[in-house]
Every structure is written in structure tokens, then in C-alpha cells.
Design a protein around this ligand. Structure first.
Ligand SMILES: Nc1nc2c(ncn2[C@@H]2O[C@H](COP(=O)(O)OP(=O)(O)OP(=O)(O)O)[C@@H](O)[C@H]2O)c(=O)[nH]1
Ligand SMILES: [Mg+2]
Length: 712
């Protein structure tokens, strides 16, 4: 039977598509709003920030079509071109070319375009259209374009390209319905994209394309696009997890490149020019200037924020404000938590019969976990500030400002955003180094990154500052100053070692930084609050799992074996215990720094994570606090600690030295594991561990001995 022409058979006729709904990839320039759109579509909560290079890994989410079918969407790192310059861009390229085993090759591509910078953004679109896949173009940031006095005509672009073009404002949720409708379509038109490979390059492309189709199993147009990239990208970035080409294909590429070089054809120049010519014609039809451009707020702010002198005042002012508020704002909630933890301890002491079990709960669990949880308000404030810097776009200015001092030590401003993220936590910082083009710069940045004072050090610093400047009377400015000193010491150390490594281990110049300064945006409070809650929750979760476990184990290690004399003092009991013996073993090495064996136990346990030092002190000195029925704040217990000869243990000098130790020492197992993964060998994390711990010991030795000599 022959069907009338207007009746199409349902999905049964296209079995492959019926079984597997299309996979979409989210592609576009850095900072054009891909992740915002991805989050809005999928309901996921990937990180967003107003500076280029926020997403560094692919992320898969599900969006439901108009018909309730589950469509997969892959969020990808941003790139200006498919000729990848850094590992994060190489991930994008390899996903699109189908070179990765861990990600399906996308069937359809969503090209997100910053409408306020259309011409530049269209370069990547042009390359993506080459792939011959169905494409939906999203004209995002229409509000920013309008604010810049531009009228961007989505319909004109749609007519010119022949693919659906959807005007959007991802942050305000505008255009999402239209986008979802387009994504739900069973068929999407292919682009009316008739761009011919320029003459001088054509024979090479043709041969290589044929080879890629035959040997690597690529679809014809993907093969052509890949051939274009292979011939023009002379130093392709490889990332782990991507399938390499066969040696025969590699040989063919090398052969053609050699020929090109001999004939003196500037292949990549020819290609880039031909693309830009096509784009210029396109953009002229689509973008209209409506009147004079309005006075530019971003430019006016940048005249100050990026000024070679005033810029530094702004930077210093912001940092000072951050540390000041960490102390002043957190005071009230901290006291409340402090009182709550103490009251809980007393309640338990009253309710339970004396014995090992009660001690486990009060001295192990409550003293350990409670001692750390107190610092939650300060950690939230730190993340509030980091969130504000990221969301408004100031982060990119800080990187711009830092480019000059960074180039003195042989790095460039690109390394600064990862370093700055290191203030929150070294792990996302190390991941963010994937945006660094130069492999040597990337390695050096990873090596020095743990020197940036992360939020896990906050509890240690804060406890020691509370010991150094006790009481409400001590002005917040003084505490903030001390804290600023620790951060400056770490940052200075990072710069110093970067300088050293660039001169010894991994020599080599650094290419100049090209980084876009995004327009300032008002802070996105919802995002910031969500991120704060996430980080705060993570901190509490750590406290409830790792720190809880270590506190319990440590309690057991300080309680057993029991001292033969049941009347022994708590100190004698700990000294007799397993933990005490380990601490004594370490004591000769740390005594010159002014630390005793009990601090030594804390140094050992906090190797798992730095904040464990505080919980360990809670367990050790909480136990020592003895049998009195009141639970004293940790700092009072520490202030009462004595050397065997009766001299106080936590003198101001020792507190200061301990802070310095934590500035430098590599006390974080998770970071070592991530460095191993990112450098693909144990060599670098072990080196890092050795050099940082060695430096910590040496610097503390100098500080302590000099302090003693000066009479502290
Ligand atoms: N005004 C305006 N801002 C937007 C819009 N869409 C996203 N943004 C903001 O643009 C910034 C960048 O957004 P992201 O979603 O992180 O951009 P991205 O493309 O994922 O960036 P990378 O991951 O770095 O490549 C954020 O500050 C967003 O809040 C929009 O339509 N209008
Ligand atoms: Mg992103």
C-alpha cells in the first residue's frame, strides 16, 4: 500500500531515533551563559561565574521535551575556537569530534552566542556548522546587547543560517520555552552553510578527510572539520581519555604539514581569513546599532579597578573588607554555637553515667566535631565574598591586575584565577588550571597552589588568633590584620616558589595573557546563597563524617591502652596511650619549633585535612581538662596546657609558629589525590608533599628560634 504524501509514519520508521532520543551538546564562547542555560533547562546546579573559564569539565544533564521524552544535554567548557589551546578546550573539541569514550558524540548542537559580541562569537558557530550536525543557535544575553545599544535580529540570522535561532536571556528565564520546543522537534533543518574550503588547502583536506572516514570511522563532514583542524593546529593539546588517531593517519597529517611548510602556504591564516570574511557579511545583516552607545558603566568602573595604582587600592580594600567581616560579622553566631556545644556537652555529662562511653561522646564526638563546627559562620562569610567577586565580574579584573606581578615570577594572569579559587579550596583551584594553555605554567601553578590559604585553614588560624588576642576586647582590626598576614605569607610563598620553579624545574617563558574582561553584572544573590549553602553543607558533612570518624579513632587511641594506675593524671594516660607514643616519636623533630608531642598528634591527624587539627586539640586537651563537670571552651583548655616543667605550652610565639606551619605545610590528602590525577603521576604530588612540608618545618624553625632569641 502506498501512503499519501502528507502522512508520515511515526517513530517506528526511524528505529534508531525512537530508541535513543538525541543527545545535545552546549557549545559557545567562554562566559556566554552556557551553564546558566544548562542549569535552567535541567534543573541542575553547575557552577556559574562572571569570568571566562568557569566550566572545565563536561557535565551531562537531562531535559524533558514537550512530549516528555528525556533528552540528554552535555554542558561543555567554553572556547573561542575548536583549535584547542588548553586542556578544557580540548575536551570540547574531542567531544564534538567523537573522540571520547566516556561521552556520547552529540547528535545535535546548541550553539550559545553572546548577542552583545555577536561577530566574535560567530567564529565558533561557523566552525561548528562545518560538522554538518543539526544546530540550534541561542542568542543569549539579549538584555546586555540592548543595554549596549545593539539591535540583534534573530529572524535575520535564522534566514541567513537556515537553522533555528532563539533569542534568550538565560538568567531571567526568557526564551527557554522556545528553546525547549525547538529541542523537542523530531527533525531539525541542516544549516544552509555553503562555505567552501579555500583553494590552497583543499587537496590536503580532501585526502585527509577520506582517510579519517575510512580509518577512523568519522562521518564525512565531521571528517572534513577534523581534517581542517589537524592541518592548521600545529601543537594540538591532548587530554587523557580521548582516543588518539592511528599512526598511519598521524603520518599523513605530518606529511601534508611538511608539504605546506615547504610551499610556504599559511594554511591557518587562509582559513581564518576566509571564515572571518563570511562572518562579516553575516553580522552586517543581523546587528544594527540603535542610536549612540550609552555611557558605559563597565568602562568607568574599570578606569578605577584596572588602574595601575588605584586598582591595587581597590584590591587591597576588598581583601581587607573580607577579613574584617570574617571577624566582626561572625562574632555573634559563633558565640551562639560555642554556647550550644558547651551546653550539649554538659547535658550529656549529666545524663550519662561516668565511664568510657560517656567520655567517648563528650570528649570524642562533641569536643572534636563541636570544635570545628564553630567556624561555620566564618566559612560562610568567606564564600559570600568569593561569590560576590565571581558573580560581579571582579575576578577577571583581579587577574588582569595580577598579570604584571605574575609575569615577574614567570607566570601570567591566567594562573591567577586558579590561585584565587585556592583561597576557597585547593581542589577546584587545581581543576581550574585546565584553562591554562601552557603545560609548564599549568604544572607550576598546580605545585604552588596549596600555598594559597584555603578555608580549611580558617579554623586553625581562628583558634590560634583567639589564643593570641583573647577576649572581646581585642579589636577586630587587629585580628583581621593577623589573618591578612597569614594569607599574604601564603600568597608570597606561592609567588616565590613559582619564581624558583620557573627558573629550575620547568624553565620556559610564558605567553602573554589574552583574557576577556566581561561586563560587570549585579550580583546574582540566589546563585551566591546557593553556593554558600553548598559549601557550608560540605563543611558540615565533613565534620559529620571524616572529622567525626577521626575524633572517635583519636579518642580511642588516646584512651587505650589504659594506664596501669587508675589514678593516673589525664596527661599521663594520654602519654601512655598509642597516640601518645606516636606523638612522642615525633617530638624530637618538632621540639625545635616549640611544639610538644600533643601538638604532634594533631599534626599527624590533620594530615587527612587541616581542620582536623582543631578537632584533635579538642579531643586531646578536652580529655586533659579532666573530670570537672563543666565543658570549657577549647581555647581555655589550650591556655591551661603546660610543658612538664610547668611552662605554658601555647605561648603567643607557639601559636604564631603553628599558624605559619599551616600556611606552608601540605596537610591535605584530597589535594594530593587530585594532583596525582591531574598530573597523571605520583611524582609531582610526592614532590609537592616533600617541598611544602620541608619548607614549613624550616620556616617554623627560623620563626621560633628567632622569636625565642628576641625574647618572646
Ligand atoms: N545579563 C545577562 N547575564 C547572563 C545571561 N546569561 C548568563 N548570564 C551571566 O553570565 C555569566 C556567565 O554565565 P555562565 O553560565 O557561567 O557562562 P558559561 O558560558 O557557562 O561560561 P564558561 O563555563 O566559563 O565557559 C554569569 O554571571 C551569568 O549570571 C543573560 O542572558 N543576561
Ligand atoms: Mg560554564
Amino acid at each position: 500500500m502506498k501512503l499519501p504524501a502528507h502522512i508520515t509514519l511515526p517513530d517506528a520508521r526511524r528505529p534508531a531515533e525512537a530508541e535513543r532520543p538525541p543527545v545535545y551538546a552546549m557549545v559557545g564562547n567562554p562566559n556566554c551563559g552556557k551553564t546558566t542555560l544548562f542549569n535552567a533547562l535541567t534543573g541542575l546546579r553547575q557552577k556559574v561565574g562572571n569570568y571566562p573559564g568557569v566550566t572545565i569539565e563536561k557535565k551531562i544533564g537531562t531535559v524533558y521535551s514537550q512530549h516528555g521524552r528525556a533528552l540528554q544535554v552535555i554542558d561543555l567548557p567554553g572556547a573561542y575556537s575548536l583549535a584547542a589551546r588548553s586542556p578544557d578546550e580540548a575536551v570540547l573539541r574531542d567531544v564534538l569530534l567523537g573522540r571520547r569514550d566516556d561521552t556520547p558524540q552529540p547528535d545535535r548542537i546548541i550553539c550559545v552566542v553572546d548577542a552583545a559580541n555577536l561577530e566574535r562569537n560567530l567564529y565558533l558557530v561557523h566552525q561548528v556548522l562545518d560538522l554538518g550536525r543539526p544546530v540550534i543557535v541561542v542568542l543569549n544575553m539579549m538584555d546586555m546587547a540592548a543595554a549596549a545599544g545593539l539591535r540583534v535580529d534573530a529572524r535575520a540570522l535564522e534566514r541567513a543560517l537556515g537553522v533555528p535561532v532563539i533569542a534568550c536571556e538565560a538568567v531571567h528565564g526568557r526564551g527557554l520555552i522556545e528553546l525547549r520546543l525547538a529541542m523537542s522537534r523530531a527533525e531539525l533543518p541542516l544549516a544552509r552553510h555553503r562555505w567552501e574550503v579555500p583553494g590552497p588547502v583543499a587537496p590536503a583536506v580532501a585526502e585527509l578527510q577520506a582517510r579519517l572516514q575510512r580509518d577512523e570511522g568519522r562521518a564525512p563532514l565531521v571528517a572534513r572539520a577534523e581534517a581542517l583542524l589537524l592541518l592548521t593546529d600545529f601543537d594540538p593539546v591532548q587530554v587523557p581519555g580521548s582516543r588518539p588517531l592511528s599512526p598511519a593517519t598521524e603520518a599523513l597529517v605530518a606529511q601534508w604539514r611538511e608539504r605546506g611548510a615547504k610551499e610556504g602556504t599559511d594554511w591557518s591564516g587562509v582559513l581564518v581569513r576566509s571564515r572571518y570574511d563570511a562572518i562579516a557579511i553575516l553580522a552586517a545583516d543581523v546587528v544594527r546599532r540603535s542610536g549612540a552607545p550609552p555611557a558605559n558603566v563597565t568602562d568607568r568602573l574599570d578606569a578605577v579597578a584596572c588602574h595601575p595604582v588605584w586598582g591595587w587600592f581597590v584590591f587591597a580594600g576588598l581583601m581587607a573588607a573580607m577579613f574584617f567581616s570574617i571577624f566582626s560579622l561572625a562574632e555573634v553566631p559563633m558565640n551562639a554555637i560555642d554556647a550550644g556545644v558547651a551546653a550539649l556537652g554538659d547535658r550529656v555529662k549529666d545524663a550519662m553515667a561516668p565511664g568510657d562511653l560517656r567520655d567517648l561522646v563528650t570528649d570524642g564526638v562533641i569536643a572534636g566535631v563541636g570544635g570545628v563546627v564553630i567556624f561555620l559562620p566564618q566559612i560562610l562569610i568567606l564564600f559570600l565574598f568569593v561569590g560576590l567577586l565571581e558573580s560581579t565580574g571582579y575576578m577577571a579584573r583581579a587577574a588582569f591586575l595580577m598579570d604584571r606581578p605574575m609575569s615577574r615570577v614567570g607566570l601570567n594572569g591566567r594562573s591567577f584565577i586558579p590561585l584565587l579559587s585556592g583561597y576557597a579550596c585547593a581542589i577546584p583551584g587545581i581543576m581550574a588550571t585546565r584553562t591554562i594553555e601552557n603545560a609548564r605554567d599549568r604544572l607550576v601553578t598546580i605545585l604552588v597552589l596549596p600555598l594559597m590559604s584555603c578555608s580549611a585553614r580558617l579554623p586553625v588560624y581562628l583558634l590560634m588568633i583567639a589564643m593570641l588576642l583573647p577576649g572581646e576586647a581585642a579589636p577586630a582590626a587587629q585580628k583581621a590584620g593577623l589573618m591578612l598576614l597569614m594569607y599574604a605569607l601564603g600568597t608570597g610563598g606561592a609567588f616565590g616558589f613559582a619564581w624558583l620553579f620557573k627558573r629550575t624545574l620547568v624553565r620556559g617563558g610564558s605567553p602573554h595573557m589574552i583574557m576577556e574582561l566581561p561586563a560587570y553584572q549585579p550580583p546574582r544573590w540566589r546563585e551566591i546563597l546557593r553556593h554558600m549553602v553548598e559549601r557550608g553543607w560540605l563543611f558540615l558533612k565533613n565534620a559529620g563524617t571524616i572529622i567525626l570518624a577521626i575524633s572517635i579513632v583519636l579518642w580511642a587511641l588516646t584512651t587505650y591502652p589504659k594506664h596501669p594506675d587508675p589514678e593516673a593524671t589525664p596527661t599521663a594516660q594520654i602519654a601512655h596511650s598509642l597516640a601518645g607514643r606516636a606523638g612522642h616519636l615525633l617530638e624530637p623533630a618538632i621540639e625545635p619549633l616549640g611544639f610538644d608531642w600533643r601538638i604532634g598528634i594533631g599534626l599527624i591527624t590533620s594530615f587527612a585535612a587541616r581542620e582536623v587539627f582543631v578537632s584533635s586539640m579538642g579531643v586531646i586537651f578536652g580529655v586533659e581538662g579532666g573530670d570537672d563537670e563543666d565543658t570549657a571552651p577549647l581555647r581555655e583548655a589550650l591556655a591551661a596546657a603546660r610543658w612538664p616543667d610547668g611552662a605554658p605550652l601555647f605561648t603567643p610565639l607557639v601559636c604564631f609558629t603553628l599558624m605559619v606551619f599551616y600556611v606552608f605545610a601540605m596537610q591535605c590528602m584530597a589535594t594530593l589525590a587530585v594532583v596525582k590525577r591531574e598530573t597523571a603521576s605520583w611524582r609531582w604530588p610526592l614532590f609537592q608533599l616533600a617541598y611544602l612540608t620541608g619548607t614549613a618545618w624550616l620556616v617554623c624553625l627560623v620563626v621560633h628560634q628567632a622569636g625565642r632569641a628576641l625574647g618572646f
